[in-house]
Design a binder for this molecule. Structure first.
Ligand code: TEU
Ligand code: CA
Length: 555
Protein backbone atom coordinates (compact mmCIF):
# COMPACT_ATOMS: atom_id res chain seq x y z
CA UNK A 1 0.00 0.00 0.00
CA UNK A 2 1.64 3.22 -1.22
CA UNK A 3 1.51 6.02 1.39
CA UNK A 4 0.24 9.32 -0.08
CA UNK A 5 -0.66 12.70 1.45
CA UNK A 6 -4.04 12.57 -0.29
CA UNK A 7 -4.78 9.27 1.41
CA UNK A 8 -3.81 10.57 4.86
CA UNK A 9 -5.36 14.03 4.59
CA UNK A 10 -8.86 15.15 5.56
CA UNK A 11 -10.68 17.31 3.00
CA UNK A 12 -13.02 20.17 3.95
CA UNK A 13 -15.42 21.20 1.19
CA UNK A 14 -16.30 24.90 1.04
CA UNK A 15 -19.31 26.14 -0.92
CA UNK A 16 -18.01 29.75 -1.06
CA UNK A 17 -21.40 31.34 -1.77
CA UNK A 18 -22.66 30.16 1.63
CA UNK A 19 -19.52 30.11 3.71
CA UNK A 20 -18.82 33.66 4.96
CA UNK A 21 -19.68 37.08 3.51
CA UNK A 22 -16.94 39.64 4.24
CA UNK A 23 -18.45 42.68 2.47
CA UNK A 24 -22.13 42.61 3.41
CA UNK A 25 -23.59 41.88 -0.03
CA UNK A 26 -25.24 38.70 1.28
CA UNK A 27 -22.97 36.41 -0.74
CA UNK A 28 -20.01 34.49 0.67
CA UNK A 29 -16.64 35.39 -0.84
CA UNK A 30 -12.90 34.61 -0.91
CA UNK A 31 -12.01 37.24 1.69
CA UNK A 32 -14.58 35.56 3.92
CA UNK A 33 -12.83 32.21 3.54
CA UNK A 34 -9.50 33.89 4.30
CA UNK A 35 -10.96 35.24 7.55
CA UNK A 36 -11.98 31.71 8.58
CA UNK A 37 -8.72 29.89 7.82
CA UNK A 38 -7.78 29.78 11.51
CA UNK A 39 -11.11 28.11 12.27
CA UNK A 40 -10.24 25.41 9.74
CA UNK A 41 -6.74 25.15 11.20
CA UNK A 42 -8.30 24.62 14.64
CA UNK A 43 -10.52 21.85 13.22
CA UNK A 44 -7.32 20.31 11.80
CA UNK A 45 -8.24 19.76 8.15
CA UNK A 46 -5.44 19.29 5.61
CA UNK A 47 -7.07 20.11 2.29
CA UNK A 48 -9.80 22.54 1.21
CA UNK A 49 -11.93 21.73 -1.84
CA UNK A 50 -13.39 24.98 -3.21
CA UNK A 51 -16.59 24.66 -5.25
CA UNK A 52 -16.26 26.75 -8.47
CA UNK A 53 -15.04 30.33 -8.00
CA UNK A 54 -14.45 31.21 -11.69
CA UNK A 55 -16.34 33.94 -13.53
CA UNK A 56 -19.93 32.80 -13.96
CA UNK A 57 -23.47 34.14 -14.51
CA UNK A 58 -24.42 31.69 -11.72
CA UNK A 59 -27.24 29.90 -13.52
CA UNK A 60 -26.03 26.86 -11.56
CA UNK A 61 -24.06 28.66 -8.82
CA UNK A 62 -20.70 28.65 -10.56
CA UNK A 63 -21.00 25.33 -12.43
CA UNK A 64 -21.57 27.44 -15.55
CA UNK A 65 -18.20 29.03 -16.21
CA UNK A 66 -17.83 32.02 -18.55
CA UNK A 67 -14.08 32.59 -17.98
CA UNK A 68 -11.78 29.92 -16.48
CA UNK A 69 -9.02 32.51 -15.96
CA UNK A 70 -10.88 34.92 -13.73
CA UNK A 71 -12.75 34.96 -10.41
CA UNK A 72 -16.51 35.55 -10.37
CA UNK A 73 -17.33 39.14 -9.37
CA UNK A 74 -19.37 38.13 -6.32
CA UNK A 75 -16.43 36.22 -4.82
CA UNK A 76 -13.74 38.90 -5.30
CA UNK A 77 -10.56 39.19 -7.36
CA UNK A 78 -7.65 37.03 -8.49
CA UNK A 79 -5.54 38.90 -5.91
CA UNK A 80 -7.98 37.72 -3.23
CA UNK A 81 -7.48 34.16 -4.50
CA UNK A 82 -3.69 34.43 -4.60
CA UNK A 83 -3.73 35.69 -1.01
CA UNK A 84 -6.10 32.92 0.13
CA UNK A 85 -3.91 30.25 -1.47
CA UNK A 86 -0.76 31.72 0.07
CA UNK A 87 -2.28 32.04 3.55
CA UNK A 88 -3.71 28.51 3.39
CA UNK A 89 -0.31 27.12 2.42
CA UNK A 90 1.29 29.08 5.29
CA UNK A 91 -1.07 27.15 7.60
CA UNK A 92 -0.17 23.84 6.00
CA UNK A 93 -3.54 23.62 4.29
CA UNK A 94 -3.72 22.66 0.60
CA UNK A 95 -6.39 23.90 -1.80
CA UNK A 96 -7.97 21.89 -4.63
CA UNK A 97 -10.24 23.57 -7.16
CA UNK A 98 -13.40 22.39 -8.89
CA UNK A 99 -12.66 21.54 -12.54
CA UNK A 100 -15.89 21.93 -14.55
CA UNK A 101 -15.07 20.94 -18.13
CA UNK A 102 -17.93 18.74 -19.26
CA UNK A 103 -19.67 22.02 -20.10
CA UNK A 104 -19.20 25.80 -19.94
CA UNK A 105 -21.58 28.70 -19.51
CA UNK A 106 -23.41 29.82 -22.66
CA UNK A 107 -21.74 33.18 -21.91
CA UNK A 108 -18.25 31.73 -22.42
CA UNK A 109 -16.53 33.31 -25.46
CA UNK A 110 -16.14 29.87 -27.01
CA UNK A 111 -19.93 29.37 -27.05
CA UNK A 112 -20.65 32.94 -28.09
CA UNK A 113 -18.44 32.28 -31.13
CA UNK A 114 -19.68 28.71 -31.65
CA UNK A 115 -23.32 29.72 -32.01
CA UNK A 116 -22.55 32.53 -34.51
CA UNK A 117 -22.32 30.29 -37.56
CA UNK A 118 -21.77 26.70 -38.68
CA UNK A 119 -18.33 27.51 -40.02
CA UNK A 120 -17.11 29.46 -37.01
CA UNK A 121 -13.73 28.11 -35.78
CA UNK A 122 -15.36 27.38 -32.40
CA UNK A 123 -18.42 25.60 -33.85
CA UNK A 124 -17.07 22.15 -32.96
CA UNK A 125 -16.18 23.15 -29.41
CA UNK A 126 -19.75 22.15 -28.62
CA UNK A 127 -22.23 19.47 -29.75
CA UNK A 128 -24.60 20.77 -32.43
CA UNK A 129 -27.11 18.63 -34.35
CA UNK A 130 -30.00 19.19 -36.74
CA UNK A 131 -33.39 18.47 -35.23
CA UNK A 132 -35.80 15.78 -36.42
CA UNK A 133 -38.47 18.01 -37.96
CA UNK A 134 -39.54 20.25 -35.08
CA UNK A 135 -38.14 17.80 -32.53
CA UNK A 136 -34.74 17.57 -30.84
CA UNK A 137 -32.14 15.22 -32.37
CA UNK A 138 -32.95 12.49 -29.79
CA UNK A 139 -34.83 11.85 -26.52
CA UNK A 140 -32.03 12.58 -24.07
CA UNK A 141 -33.19 14.54 -21.01
CA UNK A 142 -31.39 17.11 -18.90
CA UNK A 143 -30.61 16.46 -15.22
CA UNK A 144 -32.43 19.74 -14.63
CA UNK A 145 -35.70 18.68 -16.31
CA UNK A 146 -36.76 18.88 -19.95
CA UNK A 147 -34.88 17.98 -23.08
CA UNK A 148 -31.08 17.91 -23.14
CA UNK A 149 -31.26 19.84 -26.43
CA UNK A 150 -31.83 23.58 -26.98
CA UNK A 151 -32.86 24.93 -30.37
CA UNK A 152 -30.78 27.86 -31.60
CA UNK A 153 -32.48 30.02 -34.25
CA UNK A 154 -29.33 31.57 -35.73
CA UNK A 155 -28.06 28.35 -37.27
CA UNK A 156 -31.31 26.31 -37.13
CA UNK A 157 -29.64 23.59 -35.05
CA UNK A 158 -29.83 22.24 -31.48
CA UNK A 159 -27.00 22.14 -28.95
CA UNK A 160 -26.58 19.51 -26.22
CA UNK A 161 -26.79 20.47 -22.53
CA UNK A 162 -26.93 17.60 -20.04
CA UNK A 163 -27.60 20.18 -17.36
CA UNK A 164 -29.08 23.69 -17.65
CA UNK A 165 -29.83 25.39 -20.98
CA UNK A 166 -27.09 27.82 -19.95
CA UNK A 167 -24.57 24.92 -19.62
CA UNK A 168 -23.74 23.71 -23.16
CA UNK A 169 -21.68 20.49 -23.24
CA UNK A 170 -18.14 20.76 -24.59
CA UNK A 171 -17.16 18.44 -27.45
CA UNK A 172 -14.26 16.46 -26.00
CA UNK A 173 -13.82 14.59 -29.28
CA UNK A 174 -12.38 17.88 -30.59
CA UNK A 175 -8.68 17.88 -29.66
CA UNK A 176 -8.68 21.70 -29.59
CA UNK A 177 -11.11 21.53 -26.66
CA UNK A 178 -8.80 19.13 -24.84
CA UNK A 179 -5.77 21.31 -25.55
CA UNK A 180 -7.54 24.40 -24.18
CA UNK A 181 -8.60 22.51 -21.05
CA UNK A 182 -5.10 21.17 -20.39
CA UNK A 183 -3.63 24.67 -20.92
CA UNK A 184 -6.07 26.11 -18.38
CA UNK A 185 -5.35 23.35 -15.87
CA UNK A 186 -1.61 23.99 -16.08
CA UNK A 187 -2.20 27.73 -15.63
CA UNK A 188 -3.93 27.04 -12.30
CA UNK A 189 -1.45 24.35 -11.23
CA UNK A 190 1.46 26.69 -11.97
CA UNK A 191 -0.18 29.15 -9.54
CA UNK A 192 0.37 26.46 -6.91
CA UNK A 193 -3.04 24.86 -6.38
CA UNK A 194 -2.90 21.33 -5.08
CA UNK A 195 -5.28 19.50 -7.41
CA UNK A 196 -8.80 19.23 -8.77
CA UNK A 197 -12.21 17.80 -8.02
CA UNK A 198 -13.55 17.02 -11.49
CA UNK A 199 -17.22 17.72 -12.15
CA UNK A 200 -19.13 14.84 -13.85
CA UNK A 201 -15.84 13.88 -15.44
CA UNK A 202 -17.24 10.52 -16.58
CA UNK A 203 -19.70 12.35 -18.88
CA UNK A 204 -17.08 13.87 -21.21
CA UNK A 205 -17.12 11.11 -23.84
CA UNK A 206 -20.47 10.55 -25.57
CA UNK A 207 -21.27 7.49 -27.70
CA UNK A 208 -20.74 8.18 -31.44
CA UNK A 209 -23.96 9.21 -33.15
CA UNK A 210 -25.66 10.16 -29.86
CA UNK A 211 -28.17 7.27 -30.19
CA UNK A 212 -31.86 7.60 -29.39
CA UNK A 213 -32.41 5.82 -26.03
CA UNK A 214 -35.44 3.57 -26.60
CA UNK A 215 -34.76 1.42 -23.51
CA UNK A 216 -34.72 4.27 -20.98
CA UNK A 217 -37.80 5.77 -22.62
CA UNK A 218 -39.70 2.51 -22.08
CA UNK A 219 -38.31 1.81 -18.60
CA UNK A 220 -38.35 5.41 -17.37
CA UNK A 221 -35.17 6.89 -15.93
CA UNK A 222 -32.91 9.41 -17.60
CA UNK A 223 -32.76 8.79 -21.37
CA UNK A 224 -29.20 9.15 -22.65
CA UNK A 225 -27.40 8.37 -19.39
CA UNK A 226 -26.04 5.08 -20.72
CA UNK A 227 -24.80 6.85 -23.86
CA UNK A 228 -22.95 9.67 -22.10
CA UNK A 229 -21.83 8.16 -18.75
CA UNK A 230 -18.53 6.23 -18.86
CA UNK A 231 -18.38 6.69 -22.63
CA UNK A 232 -16.09 5.02 -25.19
CA UNK A 233 -13.14 7.45 -24.96
CA UNK A 234 -13.36 8.65 -21.35
CA UNK A 235 -10.29 6.67 -20.27
CA UNK A 236 -8.31 7.65 -23.35
CA UNK A 237 -8.99 11.31 -22.53
CA UNK A 238 -8.18 10.96 -18.82
CA UNK A 239 -4.94 9.12 -19.56
CA UNK A 240 -4.06 11.90 -22.02
CA UNK A 241 -4.93 14.49 -19.33
CA UNK A 242 -2.71 12.62 -16.89
CA UNK A 243 0.20 12.49 -19.37
CA UNK A 244 -0.17 16.11 -20.47
CA UNK A 245 -0.93 17.67 -17.05
CA UNK A 246 -1.55 15.68 -13.88
CA UNK A 247 1.65 13.61 -13.93
CA UNK A 248 3.75 16.78 -13.91
CA UNK A 249 2.64 17.93 -10.43
CA UNK A 250 2.40 16.55 -6.86
CA UNK A 251 -1.36 16.94 -6.69
CA UNK A 252 -4.55 15.09 -5.83
CA UNK A 253 -7.48 14.45 -8.14
CA UNK A 254 -10.98 13.24 -7.32
CA UNK A 255 -13.47 12.59 -10.09
CA UNK A 256 -17.20 13.04 -9.60
CA UNK A 257 -18.58 9.98 -11.40
CA UNK A 258 -22.35 9.46 -11.14
CA UNK A 259 -23.56 5.97 -11.99
CA UNK A 260 -20.37 3.94 -11.52
CA UNK A 261 -20.09 0.50 -9.90
CA UNK A 262 -16.83 -0.62 -8.26
CA UNK A 263 -15.88 -2.53 -11.44
CA UNK A 264 -16.38 0.58 -13.58
CA UNK A 265 -15.06 2.93 -10.88
CA UNK A 266 -11.81 1.01 -10.58
CA UNK A 267 -10.97 1.90 -14.17
CA UNK A 268 -10.71 5.56 -13.09
CA UNK A 269 -8.53 5.05 -10.01
CA UNK A 270 -6.41 1.93 -10.69
CA UNK A 271 -2.84 2.95 -9.81
CA UNK A 272 -1.53 1.27 -12.99
CA UNK A 273 -3.88 3.17 -15.30
CA UNK A 274 -2.58 6.65 -14.47
CA UNK A 275 -5.93 8.46 -14.52
CA UNK A 276 -7.29 9.82 -11.20
CA UNK A 277 -6.46 9.27 -7.52
CA UNK A 278 -10.04 8.67 -6.35
CA UNK A 279 -13.68 9.19 -7.29
CA UNK A 280 -17.01 10.03 -5.66
CA UNK A 281 -19.33 7.07 -6.13
CA UNK A 282 -23.11 7.65 -5.95
CA UNK A 283 -24.39 4.22 -4.95
CA UNK A 284 -24.67 5.28 -1.31
CA UNK A 285 -26.23 8.62 -2.33
CA UNK A 286 -28.86 6.70 -4.31
CA UNK A 287 -29.69 4.35 -1.39
CA UNK A 288 -33.00 6.12 -0.63
CA UNK A 289 -33.98 6.91 -4.25
CA UNK A 290 -36.88 5.08 -5.95
CA UNK A 291 -37.35 5.83 -9.65
CA UNK A 292 -35.46 9.08 -9.10
CA UNK A 293 -34.01 11.14 -6.26
CA UNK A 294 -37.34 12.80 -5.46
CA UNK A 295 -39.07 9.42 -5.07
CA UNK A 296 -37.73 8.86 -1.55
CA UNK A 297 -37.82 5.38 -0.02
CA UNK A 298 -36.51 4.18 3.37
CA UNK A 299 -32.91 2.94 3.40
CA UNK A 300 -31.59 -0.10 5.27
CA UNK A 301 -28.32 -0.26 7.23
CA UNK A 302 -27.53 -3.65 5.68
CA UNK A 303 -27.64 -1.96 2.25
CA UNK A 304 -25.48 0.90 3.54
CA UNK A 305 -22.90 -1.62 4.84
CA UNK A 306 -23.09 -3.77 1.71
CA UNK A 307 -22.47 -0.78 -0.59
CA UNK A 308 -19.53 0.57 1.40
CA UNK A 309 -17.93 -2.85 1.87
CA UNK A 310 -18.39 -3.64 -1.85
CA UNK A 311 -16.52 -0.42 -2.73
CA UNK A 312 -13.79 -1.22 -0.20
CA UNK A 313 -13.36 -4.72 -1.68
CA UNK A 314 -13.71 -3.46 -5.26
CA UNK A 315 -10.84 -0.97 -5.05
CA UNK A 316 -8.70 -2.77 -2.43
CA UNK A 317 -4.98 -2.68 -3.29
CA UNK A 318 -5.80 -1.40 -6.81
CA UNK A 319 -7.07 2.11 -6.13
CA UNK A 320 -8.38 4.39 -3.39
CA UNK A 321 -11.83 5.40 -2.09
CA UNK A 322 -13.30 8.71 -1.05
CA UNK A 323 -15.68 8.59 1.93
CA UNK A 324 -18.45 11.18 2.21
CA UNK A 325 -22.04 11.35 3.45
CA UNK A 326 -23.03 14.74 2.07
CA UNK A 327 -21.92 17.64 -0.11
CA UNK A 328 -23.45 20.70 -1.85
CA UNK A 329 -25.74 18.47 -3.95
CA UNK A 330 -26.98 16.21 -1.17
CA UNK A 331 -29.18 16.66 1.91
CA UNK A 332 -27.45 17.13 5.26
CA UNK A 333 -26.15 13.79 6.57
CA UNK A 334 -27.50 14.10 10.13
CA UNK A 335 -31.02 14.62 8.73
CA UNK A 336 -30.71 11.84 6.15
CA UNK A 337 -28.75 9.12 7.94
CA UNK A 338 -29.04 10.17 11.62
CA UNK A 339 -31.66 11.90 13.74
CA UNK A 340 -31.71 15.71 13.49
CA UNK A 341 -34.13 16.08 16.41
CA UNK A 342 -33.74 14.18 19.70
CA UNK A 343 -30.31 12.67 18.97
CA UNK A 344 -28.82 15.28 16.64
CA UNK A 345 -25.47 15.60 18.45
CA UNK A 346 -25.07 11.87 19.15
CA UNK A 347 -25.97 10.83 15.60
CA UNK A 348 -23.79 13.56 14.04
CA UNK A 349 -20.86 12.16 16.02
CA UNK A 350 -21.79 8.58 15.12
CA UNK A 351 -21.86 9.35 11.39
CA UNK A 352 -18.52 11.17 11.64
CA UNK A 353 -17.11 8.10 13.38
CA UNK A 354 -17.98 6.03 10.32
CA UNK A 355 -16.59 8.55 7.79
CA UNK A 356 -13.33 8.96 9.72
CA UNK A 357 -12.65 5.31 10.62
CA UNK A 358 -13.58 3.67 7.28
CA UNK A 359 -10.84 3.18 4.68
CA UNK A 360 -10.64 6.12 2.27
CA UNK A 361 -10.10 9.88 2.22
CA UNK A 362 -12.76 11.55 4.40
CA UNK A 363 -14.63 14.61 3.10
CA UNK A 364 -16.24 17.08 5.49
CA UNK A 365 -18.88 19.33 3.95
CA UNK A 366 -19.05 22.80 5.54
CA UNK A 367 -21.35 22.80 8.57
CA UNK A 368 -21.49 19.05 9.15
CA UNK A 369 -18.76 19.52 11.79
CA UNK A 370 -21.31 21.44 13.91
CA UNK A 371 -24.23 19.15 13.03
CA UNK A 372 -26.10 21.49 10.68
CA UNK A 373 -29.41 20.06 9.48
CA UNK A 374 -31.78 20.17 6.49
CA UNK A 375 -34.00 23.20 6.13
CA UNK A 376 -37.77 23.61 5.61
CA UNK A 377 -38.75 26.81 3.82
CA UNK A 378 -42.51 27.45 3.82
CA UNK A 379 -42.57 28.69 0.23
CA UNK A 380 -40.96 27.48 -3.01
CA UNK A 381 -40.05 31.17 -3.47
CA UNK A 382 -37.40 30.77 -0.77
CA UNK A 383 -35.59 28.11 -2.81
CA UNK A 384 -32.74 28.99 -5.13
CA UNK A 385 -31.43 25.75 -6.69
CA UNK A 386 -32.08 25.43 -10.43
CA UNK A 387 -32.46 21.64 -10.15
CA UNK A 388 -35.17 22.04 -7.51
CA UNK A 389 -37.00 24.92 -9.20
CA UNK A 390 -37.01 23.30 -12.66
CA UNK A 391 -38.28 20.02 -11.21
CA UNK A 392 -40.95 21.79 -9.12
CA UNK A 393 -42.24 23.77 -12.12
CA UNK A 394 -42.20 20.68 -14.35
CA UNK A 395 -44.23 18.71 -11.78
CA UNK A 396 -46.68 21.56 -11.18
CA UNK A 397 -47.25 21.64 -14.95
CA UNK A 398 -48.08 17.93 -14.71
CA UNK A 399 -50.66 18.64 -12.00
CA UNK A 400 -48.78 17.44 -8.90
CA UNK A 401 -49.67 18.73 -5.43
CA UNK A 402 -47.31 21.55 -4.33
CA UNK A 403 -47.37 20.25 -0.73
CA UNK A 404 -46.12 16.81 -1.83
CA UNK A 405 -43.44 18.41 -3.96
CA UNK A 406 -42.25 20.52 -1.01
CA UNK A 407 -42.07 17.41 1.17
CA UNK A 408 -39.72 15.80 -1.38
CA UNK A 409 -37.67 19.03 -1.53
CA UNK A 410 -37.40 19.00 2.27
CA UNK A 411 -35.87 15.53 2.03
CA UNK A 412 -33.64 15.72 -1.04
CA UNK A 413 -33.36 19.31 -2.32
CA UNK A 414 -29.83 20.62 -2.82
CA UNK A 415 -30.59 23.86 -0.93
CA UNK A 416 -30.62 21.76 2.26
CA UNK A 417 -26.82 21.94 2.00
CA UNK A 418 -26.65 25.51 0.74
CA UNK A 419 -28.16 27.56 3.57
CA UNK A 420 -25.51 29.87 5.04
CA UNK A 421 -22.86 28.51 7.39
CA UNK A 422 -24.00 29.24 10.96
CA UNK A 423 -21.19 31.14 12.72
CA UNK A 424 -22.99 32.54 15.78
CA UNK A 425 -26.41 33.48 17.17
CA UNK A 426 -26.41 37.05 15.82
CA UNK A 427 -28.72 38.01 12.94
CA UNK A 428 -28.26 35.78 9.86
CA UNK A 429 -26.09 33.49 12.00
CA UNK A 430 -23.18 35.88 11.58
CA UNK A 431 -22.91 34.86 7.91
CA UNK A 432 -23.63 38.32 6.56
CA UNK A 433 -24.52 41.83 7.71
CA UNK A 434 -26.63 42.15 4.55
CA UNK A 435 -29.59 40.18 3.13
CA UNK A 436 -28.40 36.59 2.57
CA UNK A 437 -28.78 35.25 -0.99
CA UNK A 438 -30.72 32.37 0.56
CA UNK A 439 -32.42 32.34 3.96
CA UNK A 440 -30.53 31.10 6.98
CA UNK A 441 -31.80 27.93 8.69
CA UNK A 442 -33.77 29.24 11.67
CA UNK A 443 -32.11 26.75 14.05
CA UNK A 444 -28.93 28.85 13.95
CA UNK A 445 -29.42 30.14 17.49
CA UNK A 446 -29.00 26.54 18.69
CA UNK A 447 -26.55 25.33 16.05
CA UNK A 448 -23.57 27.61 15.38
CA UNK A 449 -19.77 27.66 15.48
CA UNK A 450 -19.50 30.04 18.44
CA UNK A 451 -21.61 27.75 20.63
CA UNK A 452 -19.68 24.70 19.40
CA UNK A 453 -16.30 26.22 20.23
CA UNK A 454 -17.50 27.00 23.77
CA UNK A 455 -18.74 23.43 24.37
CA UNK A 456 -16.06 20.77 24.87
CA UNK A 457 -18.67 18.10 24.12
CA UNK A 458 -19.70 19.64 20.82
CA UNK A 459 -19.73 17.87 17.47
CA UNK A 460 -16.87 20.18 16.47
CA UNK A 461 -14.45 18.85 19.09
CA UNK A 462 -15.46 15.28 18.24
CA UNK A 463 -14.45 15.92 14.62
CA UNK A 464 -11.23 17.57 15.79
CA UNK A 465 -10.42 14.48 17.87
CA UNK A 466 -11.19 12.09 14.99
CA UNK A 467 -8.84 14.09 12.75
CA UNK A 468 -6.11 13.99 15.41
CA UNK A 469 -6.52 10.21 15.80
CA UNK A 470 -6.14 9.81 12.05
CA UNK A 471 -2.73 11.48 12.24
CA UNK A 472 -1.69 9.42 15.23
CA UNK A 473 -2.67 5.91 14.08
CA UNK A 474 -1.83 4.78 10.51
CA UNK A 475 -4.27 1.86 10.94
CA UNK A 476 -7.09 4.40 10.58
CA UNK A 477 -5.84 5.38 7.12
CA UNK A 478 -4.40 2.14 5.79
CA UNK A 479 -5.99 -0.67 7.83
CA UNK A 480 -7.83 -3.53 6.13
CA UNK A 481 -11.48 -3.86 7.11
CA UNK A 482 -13.12 -6.91 8.69
CA UNK A 483 -16.89 -6.46 8.98
CA UNK A 484 -18.72 -7.70 12.11
CA UNK A 485 -22.50 -8.21 12.56
CA UNK A 486 -22.92 -7.87 8.77
CA UNK A 487 -26.62 -8.76 8.77
CA UNK A 488 -27.61 -6.58 11.70
CA UNK A 489 -29.97 -3.70 10.84
CA UNK A 490 -28.82 -1.55 13.76
CA UNK A 491 -25.19 -2.37 14.49
CA UNK A 492 -22.39 -1.27 12.17
CA UNK A 493 -19.13 -2.68 13.47
CA UNK A 494 -15.73 -3.63 12.06
CA UNK A 495 -12.11 -4.13 12.92
CA UNK A 496 -9.17 -2.58 11.06
CA UNK A 497 -5.66 -4.05 10.85
CA UNK A 498 -2.36 -2.54 9.75
CA UNK A 499 1.26 -3.37 10.67
CA UNK A 500 0.33 -4.76 14.08
CA UNK A 501 -2.09 -1.93 14.96
CA UNK A 502 -5.77 -2.88 15.29
CA UNK A 503 -8.97 -0.90 15.63
CA UNK A 504 -12.42 -1.95 16.81
CA UNK A 505 -15.29 0.33 15.72
CA UNK A 506 -18.72 -0.27 17.25
CA UNK A 507 -21.71 1.83 16.17
CA UNK A 508 -25.45 1.69 16.91
CA UNK A 509 -27.06 3.26 13.79
CA UNK A 510 -30.46 3.38 15.49
CA UNK A 511 -32.42 5.36 18.05
CA UNK A 512 -33.06 2.16 20.01
CA UNK A 513 -30.90 0.70 22.74
CA UNK A 514 -29.14 -2.39 21.36
CA UNK A 515 -27.25 -5.25 22.96
CA UNK A 516 -23.89 -6.08 21.44
CA UNK A 517 -22.19 -9.36 22.35
CA UNK A 518 -18.50 -9.52 21.59
CA UNK A 519 -16.39 -12.60 20.97
CA UNK A 520 -14.15 -13.93 23.71
CA UNK A 521 -11.24 -13.54 21.34
CA UNK A 522 -11.84 -9.80 21.06
CA UNK A 523 -12.45 -9.44 24.78
CA UNK A 524 -9.09 -10.98 25.58
CA UNK A 525 -7.32 -8.16 23.75
CA UNK A 526 -5.97 -5.20 25.66
CA UNK A 527 -8.44 -2.54 24.45
CA UNK A 528 -7.77 1.19 24.68
CA UNK A 529 -10.80 3.46 24.14
CA UNK A 530 -9.82 6.16 21.62
CA UNK A 531 -13.11 8.02 21.28
CA UNK A 532 -16.82 7.68 22.08
CA UNK A 533 -19.88 9.92 21.89
CA UNK A 534 -21.06 8.86 25.36
CA UNK A 535 -19.30 8.27 28.68
CA UNK A 536 -18.72 4.53 28.44
CA UNK A 537 -17.56 1.77 30.75
CA UNK A 538 -15.07 -0.99 29.96
CA UNK A 539 -15.80 -3.66 27.35
CA UNK A 540 -17.64 -6.74 28.56
CA UNK A 541 -19.06 -9.77 26.78
CA UNK A 542 -22.53 -8.19 26.57
CA UNK A 543 -22.77 -4.43 26.32
CA UNK A 544 -25.82 -2.25 25.77
CA UNK A 545 -25.39 0.59 23.32
CA UNK A 546 -27.43 3.76 23.73
CA UNK A 547 -29.17 5.40 20.74
CA UNK A 548 -26.54 6.29 18.12
CA UNK A 549 -23.70 5.25 20.45
CA UNK A 550 -20.27 4.96 18.84
CA UNK A 551 -17.01 3.68 20.26
CA UNK A 552 -13.53 3.26 18.79
CA UNK A 553 -10.94 1.06 20.50
CA UNK A 554 -7.28 0.47 19.69
CA UNK A 555 -5.78 -2.95 20.42
O1 TEU B 1 -23.35 17.34 -10.12
C1 TEU B 1 -23.52 16.29 -11.05
C2 TEU B 1 -24.68 15.48 -10.69
O2 TEU B 1 -24.71 14.31 -10.85
C3 TEU B 1 -25.85 16.19 -10.15
O3 TEU B 1 -26.86 16.10 -11.14
C4 TEU B 1 -26.24 15.53 -8.87
O4 TEU B 1 -26.23 14.13 -9.02
C5 TEU B 1 -27.63 15.94 -8.56
O5 TEU B 1 -27.58 17.33 -8.53
C6 TEU B 1 -28.07 15.36 -7.24
O6 TEU B 1 -29.35 15.82 -6.99
C7 TEU B 1 -22.30 18.23 -10.52
C8 TEU B 1 -22.20 19.33 -9.48
O7 TEU B 1 -21.83 18.74 -8.23
C9 TEU B 1 -23.55 19.99 -9.40
O8 TEU B 1 -23.56 20.96 -8.34
C10 TEU B 1 -23.81 20.67 -10.74
O9 TEU B 1 -25.11 21.23 -10.70
C11 TEU B 1 -23.71 19.65 -11.89
O10 TEU B 1 -22.59 18.79 -11.80
C12 TEU B 1 -23.57 20.39 -13.21
O11 TEU B 1 -22.30 21.02 -13.23
CA1 CA C 1 -19.74 39.01 -0.17
Amino acid sequence: MKRKWWKEGVVYQIYPRSFYDSNGDGIGDLKGIFEKLDYLKELGVDIIWLNPIYKSPNADNGYDISDYYDIMDEFGTMEDFDKLLDEAHKRGIKIIMDLVVNHTSDEHIWFIESRKSKDNPYRDFYIWRKGKGNNPPNNWTSAFSGSAWQYDETTDEYYLHLFAVKQPDLNWDNENVRKEVYKMMKWWLDKGIDGFRMDVINFISKVEGLPYDYEAEEKGGQPGFKYYANGPKVHEYLQEMNREVLSKYDIMTVGETPGVTPEVGRLYVDYDRNELNMIFQFELMDIDSGKNKWDVKPWKLTDFKRIMYKWYQGLKEKGWNSVYLNNHDQPRMVSRFGDDKEFRVESAKLLATFVHTWQGTPYIYQGEEIGMTNVRFDSIDDYRDIETLNWYNEMIQKGHDPKELLEAIYKKGRDNARTPMQWDDSENAGFTTGKPWIKVNQNYKEINVKKALEDKNSVFYYYKKLIELRRQYPVIVYGDINLLFEDDEKIFAYTRHFEGQNLLVLMNFSKDQVEISLSRELLEKDMKLLISNYDVGELREKIFFKPYEARVYLF
